[in-house]
Design a protein around this ligand. Structure first.
Ligand code: GLA
Length: 312
């Protein structure tokens, strides 16, 4: 069967595409606002994807329900030295859920334009493209997870060296992403300001970075022991640190996080990604997800881990 992106491409351009690709969104289990500080992060690629079908063209054209995508495509093509393309996109990544649809779009484009590229190089090119397209000095975590995540695993990444290793994700735990409903473009948030404050050594910001990196190490041990309760405690500590020391949470997000903490079968939850609204990650005991979704009172999706675009 023809993919949705292929069908869209042929419908708009009247010819079949020359390349196709797909890249996953990501969650981050723990290690927030530490990637650009050279810290440790523990994301996973998840089973929601952006698919692209494309072909070289005289000028840029993007057919997509994802807004603003063309500036990303132009930026990644420039990084890879590729010319203009006609591209059709299709997505199963829920819009606005904070699962890095921009990184998925960039990584999918890199995989379509240069499938032979190494995953690390692709992630770095996508990071530069995102920084140039938006002016937000993002770290490499999201692009790395979308490029090199692995089904059944989380990826423990040292952002200083780009060394990484895969950790099996325990079968008894489920990843749930909750939408706070608070929408924002990163370029409109104090993301760059927080980064500068951390780099300049502001004590509260540095305390978050140092304690968060310690939590990533502790979480790694707990995940390897499939100790959901310990993982949950660390998520709660991470949330408090992001709320009080890094100051990237909002009252709406805090309310949902605290509601999640109280639901039976929820090991823990915290604000996920850049913050300032966006999404919440919860780890839930397998079997408790339906009750959790019913109790949380906000849109939620259960995700499974998936392969990155440059894996396999
Ligand atoms: C966004 C950025 C990442 C990272 C997170 C916070 O998702 O794209 O590089 O900094 O925020 O951990």
């Amino acid at each position: 069967m023809k993919s949705e992106a292929d069908a869209r491409f042929e419908e708009h351009f009247g010819v079949p595409p020359r390349w196709r690709s797909r890249a996953p969104g990501r969650v981050n289990l723990i290690g927030e606002h530490v990637d650009y500080m050279g810290g440790l992060v523990l994301p996973a690629a998840v089973d929601r994807f952006i698919s692209l079908s494309g072909a070289p063209a005289r000028g840029w054209e993007l057919v997509s329900e994802v807004e603003g995508g063309e500036s990303y495509l132009r930026a990644i093509a420039a990084e890879l030295g590729a010319g203009p393309q006609r591209v059709a996109a299709a997505s199963t990544l829920p819009a606005g859920f904070g699962m890095s649809s921009s990184a998925a779009l960039l990584v999918a484009a890199a995989a379509g334009l240069e499938p032979e590229l190494g995953g690390r190089e692709a992630a770095l090119a996508c990071q530069r493209a995102e920084q140039k397209a938006t002016g937000v000095m993002v770290g490499v975590m999201d692009q790395f997870a979308s490029a090199l995540g692995r089904e059944g695993h989380a990826i423990l990444l040292d952002c200083a060296t780009l060394d990484f290793r895969y950790l099996p994700f325990p079968s008894g735990m489920l990843i749930v992403v909750i939408d706070s409903g608070v929408r924002r473009e990163l370029s409109e948030t104090p993301y760059n300001q927080r980064r500068q404050e951390a780099e300049a050594g502001m004590p509260k910001r540095v305390r978050h970075v140092e304690t968060e990196i310690r939590r990533v190490r502790d979480f790694t041990v707990a995940l390897e022991a499939a100790d959901g309760d310990r993982c949950g405690e660390l998520l709660k500590e991470s949330h408090r640190s992001l709320r009080d020391d890094f100051e990237v949470s909002t009252p709406e997000v805090d309310a949902i996080v605290e509601r999640a903490w109280a639901i039976p079968g929820c090991f823990g939850a915290r604000i996920m990604g850049a913050g300032f609204g966006g999404s919440i990650l919860a780890l839930v005991e397998r079997g408790s997800e339906a009750a959790f979704e019913a109790a949380i009172g906000a849109p939620a999706v259960v995700c499974a881990t998936a392969d990155g675009a440059f894996v396999g």
